[in-house]
Design a protein around this ligand. Structure first.
Ligand code: B12
Length: 209
């Protein structure tokens, strides 16, 4: 595939940054770079990890290369220039350190005209609740990449309910192991498969509210 894809797969952060720079200079679409080159590279990293060709060090190197290239691309994703239409609190749920996908969703939401409050990774339910209250958020976006931490999404929605703010916000969930069925089961308002879907859905939910 592309040099950018291969640099991430090989965990070569320098080469990934150079390849991303060159692609952007050549006029590549930033979202296409992410979706058609970078995400497939991380998927292949995951596949290799699963069949024990890669181990945690390779995972970390690939993630570092992905993040290096993303740092260049993120401002372009977020350069929508629209007035903030609604306020979103986003984070990766408790116990889960995966934040690459969450960061892409956050950038795309910013580009889509949302004001984004990013709480980071490994965010406990009470921190989501506090941010929703403080910032009068319209939307909460929860990300999880581990099957075990998907349950933290449920706990977070329960905490929003217990704090009396569940009806105030729409809750959107996503991340590789999450499905529409799971979203329905835990009482989320929506599930998005990728960052573009997240923006579409966020707009629809806010408009309906
Ligand atoms: C990179 C990586 C890591 C890095 C994370 C670095 C970082 N800062 O994020 C490190 C090395 C730290 C790591 C650690 C671990 N990892 Co890991 N990791 C991955 C890997 C290879 C890629 C994840 C990624 O970044 N993908 C690219 C992004 C762009 O995709 P994404 O996150 O899915 O996001 C997109 C969509 O899902 C969606 N989305 C995401 N969030 C949201 C939110 C909303 C609201 C919406 C609408 C949409 C949305 O939009 C995004 C953009 O399109 C995956 C394999 C894979 N293919 O997913 C394994 C994987 C997730 N890891 C796995 C495991 C097992 C682990 C460890 C337990 C390993 C270990 N033994 O220590 C630890 C756990 C640490 C922890 N407590 O979280 C397993 C999980 C298995 C499972 N089903 O539970 C996977 C699937 C690998 C595998 N095939 O076995 N990992």
């Amino acid at each position: 595939m592309s040099e950018l894809h291969d640099a991430i797969l090989e965990g070569d952060a320098k080469a990934a940054v150079v390849a991303a720079e060159q692609a952007l200079q050549a006029g590549a679409d930033p979202l296409d770079l992410v979706q058609s080159h970078m995400v497939p590279a991380m998927d292949e990293v995951g596949r290799r990890f699963e069949c024990e060709e890669y181990f945690v060090p390779e995972l970390l190197l690939a993630a570092r290369a992905m993040k290096g290239a993303l740092a260049l691309i993120r401002p372009r994703l977020a350069a929508g220039g629209a007035e903030p239409s609604a306020r979103v609190v986003i984070g990766t749920v408790k116990g889960d350190l995966h934040d690459i996908g969450k960061n892409i969703v956050a950038s795309m939401l910013e580009g889509g005209g949302f004001e984004v409050i990013d709480l980071g990774a490994d965010v406990p339910p009470e921190k989501f609740v506090a941010a929703v209250k403080e910032k009068s958020a319209d939307l909460v976006c929860l990300s999880a990449l581990l099957t075990v931490t998907m349950l933290s999404m449920k706990t977070t929605i329960e905490a929003l309910r217990a704090a009396g703010v569940r009806e105030q916000v729409k809750v959107l969930v996503g991340g590789a192991p999450v499905t529409q069925h799971f979203a329905d089961q835990i009482g989320a308002d929506g599930y998005g498969e990728n960052a573009a879907a997240a923006v579409r859905l966020a707009r629809r939910l806010v408009a309906a509210a």
